[in-house]
Design a protein around this ligand. Sequence first.
Ligand code: PNW
Length: 481
Amino acid sequence: MDRRNFMKHGMAVGGAALATGGGTLAAAQTAAQTPLDQSFPKDFLWGCATASYQIEGAVKEDGRGQTNWDVFSHTPGKVANGDTGDIACDSYHRYREDIGLLRNLGVKAYRLSLAWSRIFPEGRGKPNPKGIDYYNRVIDALLDAGIQPNVTMFHWDLPQALPGGWQNRDTAKAFADYAGFMAGKLSDRVHRFMTVNELRCFTDLGHMVGTHAPGLKLPPAQVNQVRHHGVLAHGLGVQAIRAHAKAGTEVGIADNANIYVPAIETPEHIAATKKAMREDNAMFLTAVMEGRYIDSYLASAGADAPKVQAGDMAAIGSPLDFVALNIYTPTFVKADANDPRGYATLPHLPQSPRMASPWLYVGPEAAYWGVRAVSELWKPKAIYISENGTSADDTLNASGLVDDSDRIMYLRNYLGQFRRAAAEGYPLKGYFLWSLMDNFEWADGYTKRFGIHYVDFATQKRTPKLSALWYKELIRRNALV
Ligand code: PNW
């Protein structure tokens, strides 16, 4: 009940009752309330997410090979403050403590990624048994804690030894060999694998925008080729995982398709939104879900379209057991008869609300529309949210705690919209909050904190933020709180 209704009702039952009878007030409140059902579906999978380079540290330990992000972060000027992932959260050594944090939250699942270069230090060739042992230990400790591991095979830390990196199509093949190999090692205990994380980030940010490793600004034809190698790696990876994993292992992708939101929820604008979703993600999720590059993409790329070999598109379109989405920020859309595409994407405005990362505009409706548009466009069997969360400029208060009401505000609003999607029957099965703890935030180094646990990077002390207590309660009730 909001304050205005409460006051109205208080007046109606009379000032005397309000002033004297607590019981009368409680009864009046009950009568006035029709509480919204805030619950999530039974068996909804609650989890947290992290990624190898962002938390592990130990970059030279136990035979780990160098990666593109080691090189990039050690190149002056590339990462805020010259920060690197050399130590990060030191989870390589502290994973038992981190699993303790997960257990305390009551999550049923943890999304982690494997560092390819711990397994194949050169990207391919002879596997490194110590790298495999490390992930065996982590996975066994998770299972001992009653937590289901969900494994991403590639979350951006690419073995540096692979010649040409993602510009070379052989990297897609090397990825598939590595992913198949690890699926063979882990699928007795890991039942859900995600191939790659965020196609658009490791291709475009690394090769077009230049803000992520390897820091290139290539011309369009080469960018499209890198994108093609990215989706090809995913597709070949799906096939390799299926070939080596136990029957029943689920395989999907964790992608950050651009998420479009109708400015007005009417059929006209909703249709425009779905068109934007499909066309503006044509080289990424649309290719993966449809096994082809749609005409509008090929027409706009023209002579810069990627070079595709026989069999590529069938591999890219390999059927998936689920689609996982990283959802952070919205792009608003309106139907627009003046635009040949029939829609216009609306720019964010100076006063559009955002969180601590400049790109992180707040738009909880992205949670609902991301799930709905993907469901309606491609009918996946299941959808997971592989990431959602926010940066905040967290500081410790006088008691040494972090009262991150801003992060709770963000999460509660997004989760309300995920709940809406689940309640309407879209096949949303689970949610991984980004992130379990503050970590190496790529080009922002340690200046941006996404965790629900605060990490003091000088001492490696982890402290639950208020948002961790909030998430724990939400999980306990399986309902918004
Ligand atoms: C994701 N954007 O990155 C990554 O998967 C995580 O590793 C990362 O820490 C997290 O989100 C927070 O940034 C993104 O510009 C980077 O829209 C950039 C964007 C989205 C996601």
